[in-house]
Design a protein around this ligand. Sequence first.
Ligand code: AHR
Length: 303
Amino acid sequence: MRRQISTILLTAALVGGLTACGGGDEAGSGSDDGKITLGFSQVGAESGWRTANTKSIQESAKTAGIDLKFSDAQQKQENQIKAIRSFIQQKVDIIAFSPVVESGWDTVLKEAKDAKIPVILTDRAIDSPDTSLYKTFIGSDFIEEGKKAGDWLVKEYASSTDPVNIVELQGTTGSAPANDRMKGFGDVIATEPKFKIVASQTGEFTRAKGKEVMEAFLKSNPDIDVLYAHNDDMGLGAIEAIEGAGKKPGTDIKIITVDAVKDGMQALADGKINFIVECSPCSAHNSWNWSKRSTPAKPSKPA
Ligand code: AHR
């Protein structure tokens, strides 16, 4: 079902993008076999979410009969810029990419616009005020995800007046999900002074960095009550650090994450993660909240 939704979204966006640049003067030629040629620049392979997202894009393109040119940027903006320039040179019909960070895209996107190749942003947005640089954005509302994480925390500690010490593992610095998940969560918890973020640092969305940063947090903060990690992978790395420090994840330190990948859901079932906000890598418009005690009854509002 999700794959179908994703295929429909991708195809609709592509068809929309191509229609919008129709009229006979567009440069896109891609291949001569009548197929649409899509150049896609992916962020990298930093997380389980990203792996699932890549699979969804590749499968959706195949189902839709699109000729996909796929490039992995290894979490580096310069690699994405190079990939976009190469797609322009190859005269693909359409370019899509998931921007590693929010800023710094105007120059290369103007080059795509000048070449009359439509661009679609997927998963992550950019902060350029010039919305003529891309046709559309297909992705989640990351601020809403952060708010959901904060709402759960507020409810969890509703009956307590004691201070709650929180540490935060941020995603990639400057990325839309890191900026927005931080903001959404921060806005909600700011309503109650008992909540205090005692440390907040990037774990780059990876398990290894999540573990390393959590080890440092544990050394400098003896009284951590809650960990808020911007994705499951960093939370899973942090669990290793917490166990290594002789504490019980989910009990001694409550853990909130985002994504709901398989390993995250297993940790939730094992009681090591307390709450996960789902961010679907397949259909960005379906999202659920997961905790061991509650059965998700209905999806949240579309982003
Ligand atoms: O942009 C989406 C985020 O990127 C996912 O939540 C995270 O796991 C990934 O790296």
